[in-house]
Structures are given as C-alpha cells and as structure tokens.
Design a protein around this ligand. Structure first.
Ligand SMILES: [Zn+2]
Ligand SMILES: [Zn+2]
Length: 166
C-alpha cells in the first residue's frame, strides 16, 4: 500500500520517481528488516535497541529524505523506532508488525487522533546523505512533495502524477 510520485523536469527533462509506503509482503519485509537490524546492519545503537525493547517496533515504510547540505533526494526505509502507549494491553499483544501496520493505516487515512492503545515515536533513525555523507537530512513534507527540486538541475517541479497502489 503506497503511492508513487512522478516528476518530469520542465528545465532538463529528467524523469524522477519516488515510492512511498509498504510492500505487498509487509510481514515478511518486517521480519527481514528486524533480522538485519539484529545483525547490526543499521548500526550498534539500533542493534542494541532491538535486543532490549520488547516488543521491538520499527517503521519499515519507504519515505523520501532530502539532504539539507547538498539537496540530494533519496528514498529509504524509515527505520524510526516506536514504543507502545502506556494504556496498550501488553498481555494481549499482537505481532509487532500488526501494531506498526495499524499505525501506518491511521497515518495513511490521516487519522491523527490520540489512540491510547497504539504506539508513539521513540527515536528517529539517523539517516545519512549517500552523496555528501551529511547527517543533516530530513523527511520530505507534503508541501515539499508538491514542488520537488530536480536531482539533476535543481529546478522546482510539480508532480505529473501521484499513483496509489494497494
Ligand atoms: Zn532538471
Ligand atoms: Zn548531501
């Protein structure tokens, strides 16, 4: 379940696309990502948190990140870590991916209401620019997606199409 944003640069003609959301094999993808975190593929801190936090809740949604230093655009797995709310029924806990899936659906539906039984953000994953190595990088906002600079020449372009997929 997600959305593809497609842009065609009005200056240089470059076509660029970004994919958001989660794949068809969400539970499988979830397990694979957690496995990689436990193996230390995403750094020591995340490895440690995966061992100490129970349940271990991690956001595996694909998002767009923009480098504050060089403007590079990259879509990556979010990897932010979440924590259960106090009122969540810990005895009756579902699979971690179920909890994160519900959270994803709420955000997708833009239902940002307080949900006592849900979860909340614990820590954002420290993303790094894959062009200049800067750690000053942020998640693209809805507003930025409306007008995104061309990775080739920097011209701001509105998207040509936003395609939702199941
Ligand atoms: Zn361009
Ligand atoms: Zn950069």
């Amino acid at each position: 379940m997600g959305r593809d944003y497609e842009y065609i640069c009005k200056n240089c003609g470059k076509k660029y696309t970004f994919t958001f959301g989660i794949g068809y094999f969400y539970p499988l993808d979830y397990d694979k990502t957690v496995e990689a975190i436990k193996n230390g593929d995403y750094g020591q801190e995340w490895q440690q948190l995966s061992q100490t936090k129970d349940p271990f809740l991690v956001d595996i949604e694909n998002r767009l990140y923009i480098c504050n230093d060089c403007g590079n655009l990259q879509d990556e797995t979010c990897l932010d870590i979440y924590e259960l709310n106090d009122k969540a029924d810990k005895e009756n806990i579902k699979e971690p991916y179920d909890i994160m899936f519900s959270h994803f659906i709420e955000r997708w539906a833009e239902e940002e209401e307080e949900d006592d039984e849900g979860c909340h953000l614990f820590k954002r994953y420290p993303h790094k620019c894959n062009r200049c190595n800067s750690t000053s990088i942020h998640q693209a906002t809805e507003q930025e997606l409306e007008e995104l600079p061309c990775p080739n020449c920097g011209t701001l372009n509105e998207y040509e199409a936003a395609i939702d997929w199941d």
